[in-house]
Design a protein around this ligand. Structure first.
Ligand code: SF4
Length: 314
């Protein structure tokens, strides 16, 4: 039996999986990046190693996510691919007839259009936070609620209040205003789920044909309120895959299976991550986003950059 490692590192979360050569999930890990991607990658590897038998040998490694280059360097990955391809590969493996992937992560969102198992179009939003998981997290903290309860509370709403969806500032001030009017908390949360869906469709879906079969992946797919809001808005069924949190990592692992073919460059669970890295940062002023770009160095050589919302520096 062969085994393949996939690692998906974003600005909010880091995910890792090990699959076998039949693409069955053998081990998986999901944790917060907490602004320290190197530590997060090390923890993902340690967690996966802990859940594997000592005899498990890795035959291929793939990385994806906004810190895919960094993870690729640390692990000596055989394949480094963007999240669009990784999510599409995993979805098409488990659902041969998938036509649309809605993916909402911590800090970005994507719409992937697939026809006959080939990704033919996509849209990605890395600029507006209003339709992402970090905005939901922020609102949960502001309301003093665990984010895990958001979906249940939204589904318990008696009515859906309208919340502005154009940007986070308008949405938040609208929520405060509606709270001051005495509107029930559940109705506001349901309105927030609707607003996230409106924002997503306005920003990403213009001119795109969203048709069955539709999968909802990424961290926000855990929120049943958002899934139901998509169903109500689109008037069609939205499915959440069993391993929705780690679909990108599974896709990266599948890609490494094809690329490495058992002849991996992987340095091992310990050796690769024991190397010493330094980091430094700068601000990109080429547009109003003013992204904080982080550069990773190994032996004074730049080996990875991440943090740009447009991909310019990566
Ligand atoms: S990296 Fe620079 S150009 Fe790209 S979005 Fe950020 S600030 Fe704008």
């Amino acid at each position: 039996m062969q085994y393949f490692l996939g690692v998906d590192v974003g600005s909010i979360s880091a995910k890792g999986v090990v699959i076998d050569d039949k693409y069955n999930l053998v081990a998986d890990c999901y944790l917060r990046t907490l602004g320290r991607p190197i530590d997060a990658i090390k923890k993902v590897l340690a967690d996966l190693k802990h859940n594997l038998s000592n005899s498990t040998r890795i035959d291929g490694v793939g990385t994806t996510g906004s810190a895919r280059q960094l993870a690729g360097v640390m692990l000596n990955a055989d394949v480094i691919k963007n999240e669009i391809i990784a999510h599409a590969i995993a979805a098409c493996h488990f659902y041969k007839d998938v036509s649309t992937i809605i993916e909402i992560g911590g800090q970005d969102s994507k719409l992937i259009i697939i026809r006959d198992t080939i990704p033919v179009d996509f849209a990605m939003n890395t600029v507006c936070a209003a339709g992402t998981g970090s905005f939901l997290d922020h609102q949960a903290i502001r309301l003093g609620l665990p984010i895990e309860e958001f979906g249940t509370l939204a589904l318990a709403a008696k009515t859906h209040v309208h919340i502005a969806s154009r940007c986070t500032v308008f949405a938040e001030s609208d929520m405060v205003h509606k709270t001051q009017l005495g509107i029930q908390r559940n109705d506001i949360i349901a309105g927030l789920c609707d607003a996230i869906v409106r924002n997503y469709l306005n920003v990403l879906a213009k001119g795109k044909e969203i048709k069955q079969r539709i999968l909802f992946q990424g961290g926000v797919a855990a929120n049943e309120g958002v899934r139901v809001a998509f169903e109500n808005t689109l008037g069609t069924r939205i499915e959440v895959p069993k391993d929705f949190l780690v679909m990108g990592a599974i896709g990266a692992a599948i890609l490494s299976c094809a690329r490495a073919n058992g002849d991996t460059k992987f340095l091992g669970f310990d050796q690769g991550v024991d190397q010493k890295f330094e980091s430094r940062g700068f601000e990109c002023n080429d547009c109003p986003n003013q992204c904080e770009i982080v550069e990773m160095l190994r032996n004074h050589d730049i080996v990875a950059r991440y943090g740009s919302r447009c991909g310019k520096w990566e």
